[in-house]
Design a protein around this ligand. Structure first.
Ligand code: BGC
Length: 747
């Protein structure tokens, strides 16, 4: 038997070529395709899941016959290598397998959940984190990740909101493209790169009621203006693969949508990679009521443009026979195989990844940990800081560190942590002890044992610890399992007895700092009101503790901004900043709220507007919101281009001043409104932002250049248009504030 490091070289030495260009790849694909039997072609379109545990004979046989093109989840390096060896040396054509895994926000080094990364509004950071994840995953034998997820989400009940970049298409597009570039590097064939997968195409985040997998009704204009832009950005960034979504949109499951997969993705965007279905999303079309059996599934998906089937067996069991019977044209299969092989060549599976050497990674490198610490620090959002209780004085006599998430090394890693190890995690308790340099000044009491627990027995101890300390810091929120796939919630308050814990600690009268660790926005307005300060930290990953300790004690200053609107109550959902104005916008009217309604009031005496009688119309915190330990002031908004053509760029300047007493970083956000449209336009849309670090007292003039071409939308005929007329523009620290000016787009 040849050694694993040489067998690929021997088999493919004739075709080795470094830095293969597209034409060369196409030639190699064409040459290989002519040698393939129909069975082998269909094999390239089949992906199976692996439960580790050796290589059973039946699997060996399928590999030798070339009936499998890809696997997901094989995590034992030796088995992974053996599987590749059999495939490459014992199958007729020796086409390597593509090994995939969900590397969502880190492999061994866990970075903040993607929603947390989005709160840093920092594309470069996202790219660097993905590059670390790629290198670690590639070393373990994977060449493909099922990320980034770029589903726009405007409903925090949906558990998968944790996995995406929030509610806004502009922010999500930039971050999706950055993550693709981070995973794929400059050269996909580098043994440190892995192929990205833009998912879930499309509309998955628009599930009715926030229930995962549920139906999406999205008018085409909204789809094109809001839900599709991040996917287009991923194509432009070179994403190698796409994954269809589980849901149906407007009656058609994505895994059979010719509109999405052929018209939009291939014809309009020129995508050259391949499309994989989501896990059994093809066979689930039977449950959707869109296909009658697996044969029907195979026909509909191959015609729509799904190149590879994940997990379900429609292609494996039926595609060959369907071609032989003339039901499916062999050309459709050839096209799909070409798409898959093209990526296999571009990834260097035939060339640079010799032997597929794989090993489980050791602990994170110091550089990876430093980056994870920066990413975690920058993802945290300061929501409240009354009386400047934060930052805490490092000379503080004693701190009570309370709450179920204060010392839990697992839950803070968040959803989709498959390969991170709890021994790598530094918890808040450990980091605070280390920062203060003395364990004696820290009193620890979890209060409740885990986030969902209703056990109140430990609350008395937490109250006592708070009484004896100068300040209480409470780490509350959600365990990792409460967000993520299939984990939607109807109630977004604190689970278990955590609310009782917060109230009990508050009753001590000690300064109270809440640190919320969660996979989604929670509706905690009543508890925030009891706290002096609130840090919203999402699930920050391996370096949770050091990042939070640095922020709490002022080694670092918070700079995160919300990538998603925080509702006051579940009943307010969906609530997002880029909503329409309606004919009765609440802002202009005086409105009576429920407690002030006189008895026997007559209808219409209260002011009629699009709002709720009980909670009004404002969210708890708007999109883009986030405080700092210093303050920032915006002034002198000037439009240098008050009249511009659709082919020109809008130029806006504003003076940003650090008006507080310490250095800090601000994310200045530019929003526009198209005042009158042939279709009504949102009240505000983010079109640019800048992250700026300023010393105390420093003023800087920021200049924004926004191509007028980015100010358009899809009209009733589904043409992308920038309509002439009046626009408003704002630059501010969130989507509700900042000076305003106007400009006009001319004919
Ligand atoms: C998820 C995908 C994931 C796939 C493979 C599915 O259930 O929806 O996002 O990539 O499983 O693990």
């Amino acid at each position: 038997m040849r050694t694993s490091t040489t067998f690929l070289v021997l088999l493919f030495s004739a075709t080795v070529c470094a830095g293969a260009d597209d034409a060369d790849v196409d030639r190699r694909v064409a040459a290989l395709l002519t040698r393939m039997t129909l069975t082998e072609k269909v094999g390239q379109l089949v992906q199976i899941n692996r439960q580790t545990g050796g290589v059973p004979d039946a699997l060996k046989e399928r590999l030798r016959q070339g009936r499998i093109g890809s696997m997901l989840n094989e995590i034992t390096p030796a088995t992974s290598q053996e599987i590749q060896r059999i495939t490459v040396t014992e199958s007729r054509l020796g086409i390597p397998l593509l090994m995939g895994r969900d590397v969502i926000h880190g492999y061994r080094t866990i970075f903040p959940i993607p929603l947390g990364q989005a709160a840093a509004w920092d594309a470069d950071l996202v790219k660097k984190a993905a590059a670390v994840a790629a290198e670690e995953a590639a070393g373990a034998g994977f060449q493909w990740t099922f990320a980034p997820m770029m589903d726009i989400a405007r409903d925090p009940r949906w558990g998968r909101i944790a996995e995406g970049f929030g509610e806004d298409p502009h922010l999500a597009s930039l971050l999706a493209a950055a993550m693709v570039r981070g995973f794929q590097g400059d050269d996909l064939a580098s043994p440190k790169s892995i192929a990205a997968c833009a998912k879930h195409f499309a509309g998955y985040g628009a599930a009715e009621g926030g229930r995962d997998y549920d139906t999406a009704h999205i008018p085409e204009g909204l789809l094109r203006d809001v839900y599709l832009p991040p996917f287009k950005a991923a194509v432009d960034a070179g994403a190698a693969t796409f994954m269809t979504s589980f849901n149906e949109i407007n009656g058609v499951p994505s895994s059979a949508s010719e509109f999405l997969l052929r018209r939009v993705l291939r014809d309009e965007w020129g995508f050259k990679g391949f499309v994989v279905s989501d896990w059994e999303s093809m066979s689930e079309m039977i449950d959707h009521g869109f296909a009658k059996d697996l044969q029907d599934v195979a026909v509909k998906s191959i015609r729509a443009g799904v190149d590879m089937e994940m997990q379900s067996p429609a292609y494996a069991d039926h595609l060959e026979a369907l071609v032989k019977r003339g039901v499916v044209a062999e050309k459709l299969v050839d096209d799909a195989v070409r798409n898959v092989l093209r990526i296999k060549f571009r990834l260097g599976l035939f060339d640079t990844r010799k032997g597929f050497a794989a090993a489980l990674p050791g602990p994170p490198s110091p550089a990876a940990l430093a980056l994870a610490r920066t990413a975690a620090t920058k993802s945290v959002v300061l929501l409240k800081n009354d009386g400047k209780v934060l930052p805490l004085d490092r000379k503080v006599r004693s701190v009570a560190v309370i709450g179920p998430l204060a010392d839990d090394p697992y839950e803070v890693l968040g959803t989709w942590n498959r390969d991170g190890q709890i021994e790598d995690t530094v918890t808040p308790l450990a980091a605070i002890r280390s920062l203060l340099g003395s364990a004696d000044r820290v009193r620890h009491a979890p209060g409740v044992p885990y986030s969902r627990s209703r056990d109140k027995a430990g609350i008395a101890e937490a109250v006592e610890a708070s009484r004896q300390s100068d300040v209480a810091v409470l780490f509350v929120g959600e365990e990792a399992i409460l967000s993520g796939e299939a984990h939607s919630l109807a109630y977004l308050g604190l689970a278990g007895a955590q609310k009782d814990l917060v109230e009990a600690v508050e009753s001590t009268g000690k300064p109270l700092v809440l640190v919320v660790l969660a996979g989604r926005p929670l509706t905690l307005g009543d508890l925030f009101a009891k706290a002096d300060a609130v840090l919203y930290a999402w699930h920050p990953g391996t370096m949770t503790g050091p990042a939070l300790a640095d922020l709490l004690f002022g080694v670092e200053t918070p700079s995160g901004k919300l990538p998603v609107t925080f509702p006051k109550a579940e009943g307010q959902i969906p609530v997002y900043y880029a909503h329409k104005n309606t004919g009765r916008p609440p802002t202009k009217r005086k409105l009576t709220l429920i407690d002030d309604i006189p008895l026997r009031a007559r209808q219409s005496s209260l002011g009629d507007a699009a709002r709720y009688l009980d909670i009004g119309y404002e969210p708890l915190y708007p999109f883009g919101y986030g405080l700092s330990y210093t303050t920032f002031t915006y002034a002198n908004l000037r439009v240098a281009t008050p009249r511009l053509k659709a082919t020109e760029s809008l130029r806006v300047t504003v003076d940003l001043t650090n008006s507080g007493d310490r250095e800090g970083e601000e994310i200045a956000q530019l929003y526009v409104r198209d005042v009158v449209g042939s279709l009504t336009r949102p009240v505000k849309e983010l079109k640019g932002f800048q992250k700026v670090r300023l010393r105390a007292g420093e003023t800087r003039t920021l200049a924004f250049d926004v191509p007028a071409a980015s100010l358009g939308f899809h009209d009733q005929a589904m043409r992308y248009v920038v309509e002439p007329g009046e626009f408003r523009v704002w630059v501010g620290g969130d989507s509700r504030s900042g000076p305003e000016a106007g400009f006009e787009v001319t004919e």
